[in-house]
Every structure is written in C-alpha cells, then in structure tokens.
Design a protein around this ligand. Structure first.
Ligand SMILES: *Cc1c(COP(=O)(O)O)cnc(C)c1O
Length: 444
C-alpha cells in the first residue's frame, strides 16, 4: 500500500500519513486532494460532503492485483458502492463481493459482469437468492444448512449454480468484538471444529443442481497482522484435505475473505499487503504440498483497504462550546454520516482546513449535530485554539463504511459523494434532500 508521507512542518499535529497519496498543501493552510482544494469542494457542493480520490482507489486496486496476480481480488461492495466505484473496480480487474439483492442489482445495472460477483449473507432473503439466480451471479456462499435445499430448488431442473461454503475456522482476530467473525458464538458460517462445515459439504455434493467450487472464510475486519490469515489458510487447507479424503473431491477454490486493516490515525498499524501476499503464497504452497493437494485458486475480499483511505469527510463547524473542562467543536454532520465511533469506538484524526492558524492547539471533542450525547466523531483531538463556527473540519480515512452505513437519523439527509481526480471535482452521488425523505412517506 503506498501512502506517500509528505514531510510535516510540525510533525505529530500536521501529519498527513493517513491521507490519500495525492494530498498536497496549498497556500494559507489549504489542502488539496486529487488536485482539488478541499475548501473549494466544500464551497461548491456544501457540507457535510464525502470526497473520494479516484486515483487512490484505482492505485489500491492495482496494488492488490500486482501483489496477488494469481488470485482473484473481490472488492467488498458493502464498504462503499456507487456506479462510478463499480466501474473503477471493474476497470482495474477486480471482482466483487455483495451481500444483498440491492448491492447485486446496483453493480450489475452499472455494468459489472455478474459471473465476477460473489453473494454472501447469513440470512439470504428469497429476493436475494431470486435476484442472484436471475442475474447469473458467479458464486453463492452458503452460510447455513437450510440454504442448500433452497438454492437447489430455486435453480430449477435445467440450471446449475456454483456455490462455496462459509467456514468458521475458529480464529479470533479483528479490531473490535463486533467485527470478529472467525470464531464460534457469532452468527456467520459453519463450524470447522464441530463438523457442521463438513456435513454441509456432503449435502451440497449430493445436490446435482449445485457445483461446490470451494471454501470461504472471513475471520473479521480491521485485522492488522498477517498471522491470523496464515492460520486460517492452514486450517482451510486441512478441511479441503479432509473433503478429498472423505468424498474424493478436490475443491479448486479457496476464498480467505477480507478484513485487511488500515490506519485511521497517524502512527497506527495497517495490514501490509507486501508482507501478506508472499506469505499467503508460501503458506498455501507448503500446506498443499504437505497434504499432497493441488494448490487451489486463492481469492481475497478487501473492502476498507481499497476505499477507506481514499475518502475524506468535510464538515462545517456550527458551534464551539466550553463545558466544564471540555471544548466541544460541533459540526454539521455526525453519527448519521459516520456511525463507526458509536458502533465500534472507532477513532479518527480530524483537522482544521481552509485557513492557517497560529493559535496554540488545545484538546477538543468533535461532536455531531444529532440528538444523542453519544454523537461524538472524535474525542480528545488537538485542534487550533481559535477553531470557530464557519471553519472547515476534515476527517481523513472516511471512504469505507461511512455512506454505506449512513442513516436517516434526525432527517438530516445523507451527504453527497464528490470524486476528485487530476484537478477536477465531479458529483457521483447527490445530497439526500428533505424532499427525498418526504417522498417515501405516503401519508396514509
Ligand atoms: C465485510 C466483509 C468483507 C470486507 O471486509 P473489510 O474489513 O472491509 O475488508 C469481505 N468479505 C466478507 C464476507 C465480509 O463480510
């Protein structure tokens, strides 16, 4: 992953290491991303607004393709999806992973080839499965035993659907309890240790309408170490060997999921793709050799590592208030456009943009505008002491799980998405208006 570190004049408080590589300082304390001044974007499109650096997204896709040329890289659409994103990911040679009929239809309608799409979900609705079969999705990842007969019946007498099995390899990894999915006791997948994964495999193999192409696991999100992936890989190869021994079937594919961690604040660790890729490769070769199995085709499913660091959220300061010992800087967005701090105690490094300040820094808590005391975007951050209403605050690493998790809370409306690239800004997703919200309320 290349994130250019621009030398910081006063390092620590002016560190741009988690910003897109294209980030540049401009006159009077300004910052430009993708060749476009952020204050200019705020002026032209209003705030709050999400800015997405197209070049950074493409570069991150390319880094994955180059690091793992022999593997399928499937972008996890739930991190962020819009038509432009679908096009970029497709043009850069990635596949797609989706978890609903909505994501699937949006991708296919934007021109993504359905055979390059994998459908996930622990509870697939009839519409999810119907849409997947109608559009010809590449793989359906089976997450519970009841799906086997459902999918087989829905495929019909003429068809054949490629499927995988989601396995719980029994590995605890990930940035927060709520995003750990590799262990027993959470809702995803079929256990490797209690035999339910192997049992599901047997049932799928007995279904002539289903073609089992391989196994899948996704051990969690925001994982910054390589080791849990290698452990998962070995256990999955072990299960593939058992399937071969008990059924005489060699599965050609192994999907290791996503969860590749990124730095949200300067100095935080990130999963290093240039370390991960060769170690996955060597571990796969070794464990397959030990089990005397051919090497399956590998797939990975990064979401946040592709798009997270490419996004910046811009807010306007509406109020600054001193309460007790705390300075609250309240902005015109909050938990409706970024629920991650409230959900996972996620931490961010916001900064003042659009003007230079020589005021001494002081500790502040950046809060949103919503009617919840927990609507905190970033607590205990250093901001210039003269931060005041009308100022712009930028939050880097806002590209993943912001808009896709945004809500209609307080009827504020979801922010627009503006792509910046080679000096040009263009609107990808427009702002949600009060009219949009009212239109759904048919008033009966
Ligand atoms: C969420 C998810 C991903 C992507 O996770 P990131 O943390 O964004 O990389 C990949 N695969 C599956 C099955 C997922 O549920």
């Amino acid at each position: 992953m290349t994130t250019a570190v621009i030398p910081a004049p006063d390092s620590g408080t002016d560190d741009l290491s988690v910003w897109p590589a294209s980030t540049a300082r401009t006159a009077h304390g300004g910052l430009a991303v993708g060749g476009v001044g952020l204050a200019e974007v705020a002026e032209r499109f209003g705030t709050p607004v999400y800015v997405l650096d197209e070049g950074e997204v493409r570069e991150r896709c390319r880094n994955y393709r180059e690091a793992l040329p022999e593997a399928d890289v499937l972008y996890a659409a739930k991190a962020f999806l819009c038509r432009a994103m679908v096009r970029w990911v497709h043009e850069e040679g990635l596949g797609l992973d989706v978890c609903s009929a909505g994501e699937l239809e949006s991708a296919v309608m934007a021109g993504f080839p359905p055979e390059r799409i994998v459908l996930h979900g622990n509870a697939k609705s009839p519409r999810d499965l119907g849409t997947a079969l109608r559009l010809g999705v590449g793989r359906i990842v089976i997450d519970s035993p009841s799906e086997i007969a459902r999918i087989a019946a829905a495929v019909g007498p003429e068809g054949r659907q490629k499927v995988m099995v989601r396995v719980v390899p029994g590995i605890s990894a990930g940035g927060h309890d709520k995003i750990r999915t590799g262990t027993e006791g959470q809702k995803f997948g079929l256990s490797l240790t209690d035999g339910s994964a192997l049992h599901a495999v047997a049932r799928i193999l007995s279904q002539p309408r289903l073609e089992l192409t391989g196994l899948h696991c996704h051990i969690g999100s925001q994982i910054t170490e390589v080791k849990p992936y290698l452990t998962a890989l070995r256990r999955m190869v072990g299960l593939m060997a058992r399937i071969r021994d008990s059924h005489g079937r060699i599965l050609p594919e192994l999907d290791l999921g996503g969860g590749h961690g990124i730095a949200y604040r300067p100095g935080e660790p990130a999963l290093d793709l240039t370390t991960l890729a060769p170690r996955l490769r060597s571990t796969l070769t070794e464990s397959c050799a030990a089990a005397r199995m051919p090497v399956p085709r590998l797939a990975v499913e990064p979401g946040r590592a592709v798009v997270g660091p490419a996004g910046v959220a811009l807010y306007r300061v509406l109020a600054v208030k001193h309460t007790g010992d705390t300075v609250f800087v309240a902005v015109d967005g909050g938990m409706s456009d970024n629920p991650r701090p409230a959900l996972y105690e996620a931490r961010y490094a916001p900064r003042l943009i659009g003007r230079s300040s020589t005021a001494a820094r002081r500790t502040a808590t950046v809060v949103g505008r919503h009617c919840e005391a927990g609507d905190v975007l970033a607590a205990g951050v250093e901001l210039p002491g003269d931060t005041r209403p009308g100022d712009l605050i930028a939050v880097p690493v806002a590209g993943a799980y912001h808009l896709s998790m945004a809500s209609g809370y307080n009827m504020v409306g979801r922010p627009p998405v503006v792509a910046v690239h080679e000096g040009t800004a263009r609107l990808l997703v427009r702002r949600e208006t009060p009219e949009d919200l009212r239109r759904r309320d048919i008033g009966a």
